[in-house]
Design a protein around this ligand. Sequence first.
Ligand SMILES: Cc1ncc(COP(=O)(O)O)c(C=O)c1O
Length: 379
Amino acid sequence: MTNPKVVPVRPDFSDTDIDTILASVRTSLETGQLAQGEQVAAFEAETARFTGARHAVAVASGTAALVCALRATAGEHGDGEVLVPANSFYSSAAAPLLAGLRVRLVDVEADTLAPSSRTLEQAVTDATAGVLLVHMGGIITPEVTAIADWCTRRGLWLLEDCAHAHGSRLGGRHAGTFGVAGAFSFFATKVITSAEGGMVTTDDDELAARVRLYRNLGKPEEWRSHHTVLGENARMSELHAAVGRAQLRRLDEFLKIRDRLAQRYTAGLYGLPHVRPVLPQHAPASWYKYVVALDPAVDRAALRARMREAGVQLGGEIYEMPLDAQPVFAGRIPVGRFPVAEDLCAHHIALPLHTRMGEDDADAVLAALRAALDTSVER
Ligand SMILES: Cc1ncc(COP(=O)(O)O)c(C=O)c1O
């Protein structure tokens, strides 16, 4: 099959970005300052400034951000249960388990992709220690502050998984500033990337200090071999931080382009049968994914194949199966019935969305979708 004309994701580095990154990398290589140096410190300070969080702590991945934040929040011998949305990515459930906590899955709402406060209220037990809220596709649930307040009243912590939500804001507040901490990923497919990397944001001085401890082998002093907690090496390198900084500088520009493409999709999908876009009710949104829920009558595999024949490669779903169906979690996470999450997993697609697309590409996606829908609905 020929290469697709429209691909689902593509990192965006301008010539200027590449020159800036290469100059920083050259300095790191020449000086030998490869870890925990000025690039990492600057990336942290710039992320804190961008999000409005008091602290930002750079780590090696989004998974490491979750694990370090959970250890720092729940303690080294994490105890208790975390409520996690059933339709999230592996790491949202794996990180609590890796941090010694237990996971209980909860269902989500079809229009926010997040659990409602009512669902959380029904799921909470005496064993519940906290809630992991995932801003799926970059959508912040309008209930986020109600959920944060409810957690505080209940003596629970709220951790935000912001892997999809760089730049998403609700009421002027950034993702990663509603709960006790936020965990970002800078993997290559994300809205901005450091190739691999992650960041923990928090307003809590002590929590930030503990995240630093857990990311750096449990050493209170950076370069002294004196270890006080069972930490891991989750540090971000100077080279990765240089890449991340160049991307962060362009995040506002990326958000505008993503929004323009998303609005074009929304206008183009208006009135189209069998599809229902899942739209954020706030701006800006990261539009990490443009999620389109499908009628169950639509054969998704056939739709994907037909669009691919038309030169459009759809993005990966968020996600294809509920977490309790993943083989690794058998016996580790209680199975359950999550009707909305199950339905979403089985019946949605993610349209291509990245900053190297033009509006003509968005139109090509819409045309391919319309044509593919005509032949992918079981009658
Ligand atoms: C919702 C979510 N949480 C956590 C992660 C983990 O991030 P990383 O791949 O950087 O470890 C990802 C993505 O990759 C994600 O999509």
